[in-house]
Ligand binder design. Structure first.
Ligand SMILES: Cc1cc2nc3c(=O)[nH]c(=O)nc-3n(C[C@H](O)[C@H](O)[C@H](O)COP(=O)(O)OP(=O)(O)OC[C@H]3O[C@@H](n4cnc5c(N)ncnc54)[C@H](O)[C@@H]3O)c2cc1C
Length: 420
C-alpha cells in the first residue's frame, strides 16, 4: 500500500466523504434495480445494463473511489480493507456496478495483484477499475468443474507464443465481457497439478466461439467457449510455466473468499438470496406481516444476514492473526451459499401464491419464485459447497485427505472417458 499509516485518511473521515459523494453522485436504487441477471431481459437490454455498469464504475474511478484497497500504483485508492468495508456500508441503497465486481475484481484482479508481472498489472488493473475491461474466469470445462486441476484445455508452446485449444464452460456473461483468465494444461507428462499454466485471453477474437446456454429461468448468461488454435504471446502468461497450480490455489482462495474479499463492492447485508431489507415490504404486500410465522421468517433472514456479516469480519481477522489458515475462506463460502439458499426460500414463502404462478403485474413478487428455482446456483458457482466442506474438513480441521487415484501419475496416463 503506497500511503503510510500517518498519511492515511482516517476511516471515519473517509465515511463522511463517501457518504456525501454518494448522495450527490450515485443514483438511489429503485425497486427495479437488480444486481442479478434475470431471465426476462433481451440481449439489447442486457447490453444496456452492462454499459450502465461500466458508466457507474467509471464514475467511481474518476472520483478515486474504485479499488479502495488496491495500491495507487495500479489505479486504486491505496486505502485499507477497513475503508472498503465502510464504503460497503455506505453504498447500501444506491445503484452500483454489480456486474463489474465478480469475477473482475475478485478473483481475476486479485490473482493479477498476486501473480501478474508489473507490466500485466499496469496494463490491466486500471482498466478493470475504470470499467473499461470486464473479466471472466475460464476455469470449468465440460469434463468437470470441481476437479479444476484436471483441465484438458491445452496450451502448446510455439516460439514466443502459445497455441490454445479446448473448451471452457459455465462462464457467466462471457458474451458481453472482454478478457478471460484461463487455466490450461502445458504439460501432459507430469501429474495433473504440475502441468498447468495460467494465461490472459482476449475473449472476442476469431479463434473463440461463444455458445450461450439457456438456464431454468430463461437467462442465457451462461456461455461455453470453444477455443480453436488461439495464439497468445508469452507475455500474457501469468507466473511460471507449469506452475499454474500455485496460481490456481490462490485463485480458488480468492474465489471462495468472495464474501470477505476487500476488492469487490458488496453492499453490507445484501446476500444473494432474498435481500433482507426487501423482505418486510414483501411480507406487508402479501399480508404475511400479520401472521407470526411470517414475522419469524423475516427475523430469520435478518439473523442469517447478520451472522454472515459478522463471520465475514471474524474470518479475515482470524486469518490475519494466524489463528486460522487461508483455507478458512471456505467457511465464508459455505455460509454464503447456505444463507443465500435459505433467504431465497424464505422470500418465496413470504411471496405466497404469487411466488408460484404470476402475471406480468406481479413481477416483483413473481421474481421470488424465479429466485427460488435458481437458488441452488449459490451453492455451485464459485466452487460447490460440497467442495468447501471438503476443504474445511481436510485443510482447516485436519481430517484425513480424500483418496486420489491420479495424484502421482502423469496426467496423460490418467484414465478418463475421453482420453487425449
Ligand atoms: C452461477 C454460476 C456461475 C458460474 N460461473 C463460472 C465462471 O464464471 N467460470 C467458470 O469457470 N465456472 C463457472 N461456474 C461453474 C462452477 O464453477 C462449476 O459448476 C462448479 O465448480 C462445479 O463443477 P461441475 O458443474 O462441473 O460439477 P462437478 O465437478 O461435475 O460436480 C458434480 C457434483 O459432485 C460434487 N463433487 C464433485 N467432486 C466432489 C468431491 N471430491 N467431494 C464431494 N463432492 C464432490 C459437486 O459438489 C457437485 O455437487 C459457475 C457456476 C454457477 C452455478
Amino acid at each position: 500500500m503506497s500511503n503510510t499509516t500517518e498519511e492515511m485518511e482516517p476511516v471515519e473521515d473517509f465515511r463522511v466523504r463517501v457518504r456525501a459523494w454518494l448522495k450527490d453522485n450515485m443514483p438511489v436504487a429503485g425497486p427495479d434495480f437488480s444486481q442479478g441477471m434475470g431471465g426476462h431481459l433481451a440481449d439489447d437490454e442486457e447490453l444496456e445494463i452492462v454499459q450502465h455498469n461500466r458508466d457507474l464504475q467509471k464514475k467511481l474511478f474518476d472520483a478515486g473511489l474504485a479499488g479502495i484497497a488496491v495500491p495507487k500504483a495500479y489505479g486504486g485508492a491505496g486505502l485499507t480493507p477497513a475503508h472498503m468495508r465502510v464504503f460497503n456500508e455506505e453504498i447500501v441503497g444506491y445503484e452500483y456496478p454489480s456486474r463489474i465486481q465478480v469475477p473482475t475484481m475478485t478473483p481475476c484482479m486479485a490473482v493479477l495483484l498476486d501473480f501478474g508481472s508489473e507490466e500485466q498489472k499496469k496494463n490491466h488493473i486500471p482498466k478493470m477499475l475504470s470499467g473499461e475491461e470486464i473479466w471472466m474466469q475460464f476455469l470449468s470445462e465440460p469434463s468437470g468443474g470441481s476437479d479444476v486441476a484436471a483441465a484438458l484445455t491445452t496450451a502448446t508452446r510455439d516460439g514466443e507464443e502459445w497455441v490454445l485449444n479446448g473448451s471452457k464452460i459455465w462462464t457467466t456473461g462471457a458474451w458481453w465481457s472482454d478478457w478471460g483468465l484461463c487455466l490450461a494444461r502445458t504439460n501432459w507428462d507430469v501429474p495433473k497439478h504440475r502441468g498447468l499454466s495460467v494465461f490472459i485471453l482476449p475473449i472476442h477474437q476469431p479463434g473463440i466461439e461463444i455458445n450461450r446456454i439457456e438456464m431454468l429461468n430463461g437467462s442465457k448468461e451462461f456461455c461455453q467457449e470453444y477455443i480453436d488454435d488461439v495464439r497468445i504471446p508469452d507475455s500474457d502468461r501469468v507466473s511460471e510455466v507449469d506452475d499454474g497450480w500455485t496460481v490456481g490455489i490462490r485463485w480458488m482462495f480468492h474465489e471462495r473468499s468472495l464474501s470477505i474479499s476487500p476488492y469487490p463492492i458488496r453492499p453490507v447485508g445484501q446476500g444473494r438470496g432474498g435481500q433482507p431489507s426487501s423482505l418486510l415490504p414483501l411480507a406487508r404486500r402479501s399480508g404475511r406481516d400479520r401472521d407470526r410465522r411470517g414475522r419469524e421468517l423475516v427475523g430469520e433472514a435478518y439473523a442469517l444476514a447478520m451472522a454472515q456479516d459478522r463471520l465475514g469480519q471474524r474470518i479475515p481477522e482470524a486469518m490475519a492473526t494466524g489463528h486460522m489458515n487461508d483455507q478458512a475462506a471456505s467457511i465464508g463460502r459455505l455460509m454464503a451459499g447456505s444463507t443465500a439458499v435459505r433467504q431465497s426460500t424464505i422470500s418465496h414463502e413470504l411471496a405466497g401464491s404469487a411466488g408460484v404462478a404470476w402475471t406480468d403485474d406481479d413481477e416483483s413478487l413473481g421474481s421470488r419464485g424465479e429466485g427460488f428455482l435458481m437458488r441452488q446456483s449459490a451453492c455451485i458457482g464459485g466452487g460447490t459447497t460440497e467442495m468447501a466442506r471438503n476443504v474445511i474438513s481436510e485443510r482447516v480441521l485436519g481430517m484425513p485427505r480424500e483418496r486420489a487415484a491420479d495424484r502421482d501419475i502423469p496426467f496423460r496416463d490418467v484414465e478418463r472417458s475421453a482420453k487425449k
